[in-house]
Write a protein that binds this ligand. Structure first.
Ligand code: SF4
Length: 535
């Protein structure tokens, strides 16, 4: 009678090169008396097999048979290896072996032994060849409809696109299955710019490896097959020196955006506030708490030969210089800069910074600094309004007839206080004009507010650029002053929470059809004529 209890080792051996197989996976392969695998996978690890091992190879579609055979052999007391490329738990064999065992009423306590040995999945191996595209929230989606209905896959693509995940597509295309990748591209173009970086990696870390970086609009111009993994960037992913990089958000620490979020700049990236940031501590360097960020800095300084040995981090006292970008203006209603304010600004910008005057009543400033808080403080003390830039709310008020029409100014200032700089899906301008003349064009902004006869008129969803530009839809007249700020807050909040990334407010209004009881109406169809210039 055979007393030996067999076991199944479900082994993920990574992308395929021996350099990327884990030590445990190597040991597990060595341990096995029987190895079961798809023929191509067996060929990839053949150099690690021993002559006396029994190798059972099978075709690609025979996974169920392989899992059943593995369990059968283990029940005979054998140590059986079921091999998968990548990670056995990611579209691999692990789940199937467990399903077979569940069918048989297996329990860990009384049944055969089972061990799942992790490997490097394609999302990781391909990302490493592309740069650093999955630095932020990401997901994997298999486009194979062999076991999953296409409707469900499409729904997942839609959701991932909407939620701005970096997406790794597994099994994107095969000889007969070509439609899914085209449909996926179509869905994602609803949520992402055509120039969103896309990486195509075929046979990562194998002999015929190819790496292509393209964009969402042109990804189908390249060869994509069953051995390709497609990694599609999110709205932050950038190309730099031939690499795909998704910034994690460190820049926020040095921009004003942080001031408008829950945490003040000096509170960001602390473990207690942002536990997802890198805080790992090098054990032997405790208690000085050197983080992964510190180590990355040290690596760079050593590379540049600027690291002072033997204490490279100078007790973690290094300084980090970053580009600080912000918008500055004399105020919400005030449009006049004093000479003193100009001097303060000039001193801050210095030789290395830059200033750009914009049509939005602001000067955009970009300046390298290690101390953005100090800059903000100096400008604020000089009486200037400092605001974040990017996808935030900007209040564009008129000058209230050089400050003479004062009645509505407190409302404009209150709106600035509450909403100015708030992060939203796409940059949003709120035009605020102090009388019915509306001479500063409030009605051409995303939201327009016009003070008239002691009350407010509201316009929503203007499109200020493009050949089909149009003014905002007049949705209400005579709004009581006590109501305007709260109403505006609710509208902006809804856009913030429910707008898709990069979705402009006019598109959002059109999509949701109704906001705060105001129903969307399409703008009148424009008569298009040949443009004098431009496309
Ligand atoms: S919109 Fe009215 S209040 Fe504002 S600057 Fe023009 S005329 Fe003056």
């Amino acid at each position: 009678m055979n007393e030996k209890i067999g076991k199944v080792l479900i082994i993920g051996f990574g992308p395929g090169s021996f350099d990327h197989i884990t030590q445990r996976a190597r040991e597990a392969i060595e341990e096995c008396e029987v190895i079961l695998g798809y023929t191509t996978y067996v060929d990839l690890i053949r150099g690690l097999l021993r002559e006396e091992q029994t190798v059972i190879q099978a075709g690609m579609t025979e996974e169920v048979g392989r899992a059943q055979e593995a369990v059968r052999q283990a029940k005979k007391g054998k140590t059986v290896g079921v091999i998968s490329s990548g990670d056995a738990g990611v579209y691999g064999m692990a789940g199937l072996v467990y399903e077979v065992l569940m069918e048989q009423g297996w329990t860990e306590k009384e049944g055969i032994g089972v061990e799942v040995i992790p490997g490097i999945s394609a999302i990781n191996s391909c990302a490493s060849l592309l740069g650093a595209p999955i630095m932020h929230d990401s997901c994997t989606i298999s486009l194979s409809d062999h076991l999953t209905p296409w409707e469900l896959i499409a729904k997942r693509v839609e959701a991932a696109g909407q939620a701005d995940f970096v997406i790794a597509l597994y099994n994107p295309k095969s000889g007969r299955r070509t439609r899914q990748i085209e449909e996926t591209q179509r869905i994602l173009l609803k949520y992402r710019s055509p120039d969103t970086p896309v990486g195509l990696v075929k046979s990562a870390y194998r002999d015929r490896q190819t790496v292509i970086i393209t964009d969402l609009a042109h990804m189908l111009d390249h060869e994509i097959g069953m051995l390709t993994t497609v990694i599609i960037g999110n709205n932050s992913t950038r190309l730099y020196d031939g690499k795909m990089i998704t910034p994690r958000g460190y820049q926020r620490k040095y921009t004003l955006n942080a001031e408008k979020q829950k945490l003040a700049p000096h509170q960001r990236l602390r473990e207690e506030n942002e536990p997802w940031a890198l805080h790992s501590v090098v054990p032997e360097q405790k208690p000085s708490s050197v983080s992964s960020w510190d180590l990355a800095e040290e690596a760079l300084s050593r590379l540049h030969g600027t690291s002072p040995d033997p204490s490279p981090l100078a007790d973690a006292g290094f300084v980090q210089e970053a580009i600080f970008e912000f918008a500055v203006s004399p105020g919400v209603a005030n449009k006049k800069l004093s000479a003193q304010q100009m001097l303060v600004l000039a001193e801050i910008v210095g030789e290395e910074g830059s200033m750009e005057y914009t049509p939005h009543h602001q000067i955009l400033v970009s300046v390298p600094t290690t101390n953005p808080e100090q800059i903000t403080q100096k400008l604020t003390e000089a009486g200037l309004l400092v605001q974040p830039i990017g996808d935030v709310v900007t209040i564009k008020a008129c000058d209230f007839c050089d400050g003479e029409k004062t009645d509505s100014i407190p409302y404009a200032e209150r709106i600035q206080e509450l909403l100015g700089g708030l992060n939203v899906p796409k940059e949003m301008k709120i035009g605020f004009n102090g009388c019915g003349m509306a001479c500063y064009g409030a009605v051409t902004e995303d939201i327009g507010i016009v003070f008239r006869k002691g009350k407010f008129d509201l316009f929503l969803g203007a499109k200020s650029i493009g050949r089909n530009a149009h003014v905002g839809q007049p949705v209400a007249e005579g709004i009581e002053p006590a109501e305007i700020v709260g109403l505006l807050e609710r509208i902006v909040q809804k856009y913030k929470e429910e707008g898709h990334p990069n979705e402009r407010f006019h598109k959002f209004f059109k999509r949701i059809k109704e906001i705060e009881g105001f129903e969307h109406r399409d703008a009148p169809v424009q008569v298009l004529v040949d443009a004098v210039c431009g496309d």
